[in-house]
Design a binder for this molecule. Structure first.
Ligand code: NAD
Ligand code: TYD
Length: 350
């Protein structure tokens, strides 16, 4: 039986990865390590928490002593590292937290893996989950490939770029078997409503203003989170050590077109007259250092490992909207703590 550590498993993407692995691999013991920050929520995993091959450990990856002792205790065979501070606007408000978790936390995990795997790296793997934001911003043409030069602009993407470099450096310098994947924007169930799609679904539902940054012309390449989790499964099992894989759905949308589509679907779902929700659109001050366009070329992953996205975006967006409408208690639960304070601080000044 293999023991696999998944960090950040109580967050948005991590919870989908944990669910997939726990259900698909009964012969793996899945240990979900999470600090349970505002973004981590064990309710995201209520359907797997009683499975015999699942265990939750509350820990902070910045605590190097604790991380090392957990590695020595569990002797993990593989690591899928998702724990991170993940929101660009929070990184602008408080960059230091991103250095601690994303950079130092990642180095602590690498050091612990090196400690317990030294001399025996056979069948071991440290798989680091990263973002396309490390590549910076595109103009109208072109796509990010695995060889695009890193050019991060936000404190979030700078911290993720730094962690990616450390992961590759531990492979090159110490022979630690590592892999990195860089994925485009994810959407789907269990995403914390600070990110565009769940935030706007919630605001439309409660007739609150929709704060569009700048002119709404920025472009993001959206991928359904369960397709990302499937890609992580494929890369973890078939990816080549030392390699990088880009993950994306060839699905670019300007923010304003995406917001108009959400308004249209929600008008129908909420029984409003056509155009009613779009009246909530409010243009606000742009995000500082706002990247214009992201677009991922995932042909390497498609050709070499045979992964393809499973869902058309319109279908995925409708499913996602329905999930948030049907799971109001989840939304009320995650927005009950410091969320109101966060919301006021972020949006009052815009
Ligand atoms: P999230 O913010 O929803 O979840 C992050 C999780 O990490 C939370 O459960 C949180 O409690 C945990 N965590 C934070 N700090 C920690 C610490 N110090 N110790 C232990 N646990 C800690 O993030 P997400 O959107 O699920 O992203 C997961 C990973 O995927 C991140 O590494 C992110 O950079 C990457 N990624 C995200 C996207 C996206 O669109 N959301 C796209 C590409 C890559
Ligand atoms: P976000 O979901 O924060 O993801 P990222 O910045 O990591 O791509 O934002 C997606 C896009 O939506 C981005 O261009 C910023 C924009 N946006 C708004 O216009 N208003 C908002 O309130 C938020 C949160 C984002």
């Amino acid at each position: 039986m293999k023991t696999i550590l998944i960090t950040g498993g109580a967050g948005f993407i991590g919870s989908h990865v944990v669910r997939l692995f726990v259900n698909k691999y009964p012969n793996y013991k899945i240990v979900n390590l999470d600090k349970l920050t505002y973004a981590g929520n064990l309710a995201n995993l209520s359907d797997v928490e009683d499975k015999p091959n699942y265990e939750f450990v509350k820990a902070d990856i910045v605590d190097s002593g604790k991380i090392l002792s957990l590695f020595r205790e569990y002797r993990f065979d593989g690591v899928i590292h998702l724990a991170a501070e993940s929101h660009v606007d929070r990184s602008i408000a408080n960059p230091t937290e991103f250095v601690f978790t994303n950079v130092i936390g990642t180095v602590n995990l690498l050091n612990a893996a090196l400690d317990v795997w030294k001399g025996n790296t056979e069948e071991k793997l440290f798989y680091h989950i990263s973002t396309d934001e490390v590549y910076g911003s595109l103009g109208k043409e072109g796509m990010f490939t695995e060889s695009t030069k890193y050019d991060p602009h936000s404190p979030y993407s700078a911290s993720k770029a730094s962690s990616d470099h450390f992961v590759r450096a531990y492979c090159d310098t110490f022979g630690l078997p590592t892999l990195v994947s860089n994925c485009s924007n994810n959407y789907g169930s269990f995403q914390f409503p600070e990110k565009l799609i769940p935030l706007f679904i919630n605001n439309i539902r409660y007739n609150k203003a929709l704060p569009v940054y700048g002119k709404g012309e920025n472009i993001r390449d959206w991928l359904w989170v369960e397709d990302h989790a499937r890609a992580i499964d494929v890369i973890f099992h078939q990816g080549k050590v030392g390699e990088t894989y880009n993950i994306g759905g060839h699905n670019e949308w300007t923010n304003i077109d995406l917001i108009q589509l959400m308004c249209k679907i929600l008008d129908r779902r909420l029984g409003r007259k056509e155009g009613a929700s779009a009246e909530l659109i409010t243009y606000v001050k742009d995000r500082a250092g706002h990247d214009l366009r992201y677009a991922i070329d995932s042909s390497k992953l498609q050709k070499e490992l045979g992964w393809v996205p499973s869902l058309q975006f319109e279908e995925g967006l409708e499913k996602t909207i329905d999930w948030y409408l049907e799971n109001e208690s989840w939304m009320l639960n995650v927005t009950s703590g410091d969320y109101q304070l966060y919301y006021e601080e972020q949006y009052q000044k815009r």
